[in-house]
Design a protein around this ligand. Structure first.
Ligand code: KG4
Ligand code: ZN
Length: 343
């Protein structure tokens, strides 16, 4: 049995977890920075300063909760990308310093891989499986073939889905992060009232584009007086629009997997936006695959998923050197065209 300490600092959550290969979470301490709420988005400099201030205490708290010492651990992992460089430096340097002092291996975890693999901490999901990763920073379809081995089927050409939720929320005068608030208000709204543009629908492939919806919502906000009911109706219409786009794209992604001769049984929806129950239920109703999502606290950023990805990498002996530099941009995979020998 192997035990790992993992830290997550790639955006606005400062978190540390201790996870073992028996799928036990021995500790998880997480601090969601509230400094960004009133500013309508994450301010990188403020985020990195907050990570610096809090990470030490968060790690200390996790170690105490687990009743372990650093010497009891088998490795130290950190999210080393993709994300905001300031936070990545804080988390990666801290993990490397602990690894060096305790003479333990260091593992640089890709944040996207952490979002993908956490499902295997919860369920017996076998490779290969289809993934829809929808978060604040990313929006892509992947086939997870193995640890460290992914095919990207498609991705957003502009905004991520989380960004679209957050920007729509901001236009409606809601605070950051907008996703949970949009979901809540949509329950009281009429999703058929406004017909927002379903970009990319009926086109081949499984890429996304969300920038047109944003513009359409901006126009609505300018036209209407925006009563409380109007706000709820825009939220509901936005979610209807997004769910139609996702459904269309998922069907194409499934067909693309079949054309690559990859047999998919499980379909994993993960990342912050996967916490949205309306979207999950809509996909479950219409897609004939075993659809799985982590519980909400493991959809949004956390250190448990980083710990589990670290365990999966440790089991394969994927260790990183102490001079590993954090990567603000870090693709999980080569694009599909490269795999197929295309342009
Ligand atoms: O995975 P995550 O915590 O951070 C990134 O890796 O980006 O995702 C954060 C995103 C934010 O854009 C937030 O608005 C969105 O996830 N989100 C939601 C919900 N909960 C969080 N979007 C829609 N519905 C939700 N319930
Ligand atoms: Zn994330």
């Amino acid at each position: 049995m192997r035990t790992i300490l993992a830290v997550e600092t790639s955006c606005d959550e400062t978190a540390a977890a201790i996870v073992n290969s028996d799928k036990q979470v021995l500790a998880h301490k997480i601090l969601s920075q509230t400094e960004h709420k009133k500013r309508g988005g994450v301010i990188p400099e403020i985020a990195s300063r907050a990570h610096m201030e809090h990470l030490g205490g968060i790690i200390k708290g996790a170690i105490e909760k687990s009743n372990l010492n650093f010497c009891d651990l088998d490795a130290i992992a950190a999210t080393s990308g993709p994300g905001l460089i300031g936070g990545l430096i804080v988390g990666t340097m801290m993990a490397k310093a602990i690894a060096h002092a305790a003479q333990k291996p260091f593992i640089a975890v890709n944040h996207l891989e952490a979002h993908v693999l956490v499902i295997r901490l919860l369920y017996e999901v076998k490779f290969p499986f289809l993934v829809l990763l929808i978060s604040g920073g990313h929006c892509q379809f992947l086939i997870a073939q193995n640890v460290g081995k992914y095919i990207k089927l498609g991705e957003t050409l502009d905004d991520s889905l989380g960004e679209a939720f957050d920007k729509v929320a901001k236009m409606l005068g809601l605070s950051y992060p907008g996703g949970p608030l949009v979901e809540r208000l949509a329950k009281k709204g009429d999703g058929t009232r406004f017909k927002l543009p379903r970009a990319m629908v009926k086109r081949s492939g499984c890429d996304f584009s969300f920038s047109g919806i944003k513009t359409a919502v901006r126009n609505l906000v300018q036209e209407l007086k925006m009563s409380e009911q109007d706000v709820c109706d825009v939220c509901a219409s936005f979610q209807e629009c997004v769910s139609d786009i996702l459904l269309d794209r998922v069907k194409n992604a499934v067909a693309m997997a079949a054309s690559l001769n990859i047999k998919i049984n499980d379909f994993v929806i993960t990342g912050g936006v996967a916490a949205n129950n309306f979207l999950r239920e809509k996909l479950k109703k219409h897609i004939n695959l075993n659809i799985l999502s982590p519980p909400n606290h493991l959809c949004t950023d956390n250190a448990i998923m980083v710990g589990w990805a670290g365990i999966e990498r440790l089991e394969k002996n994927y260790i990183d050197p102490l001079n590993f530099a954090p990567r603000p941009k870090w693709e999980l995979v080569e694009p599909l065209t490269a795999k197929l020998g295309g342009e």
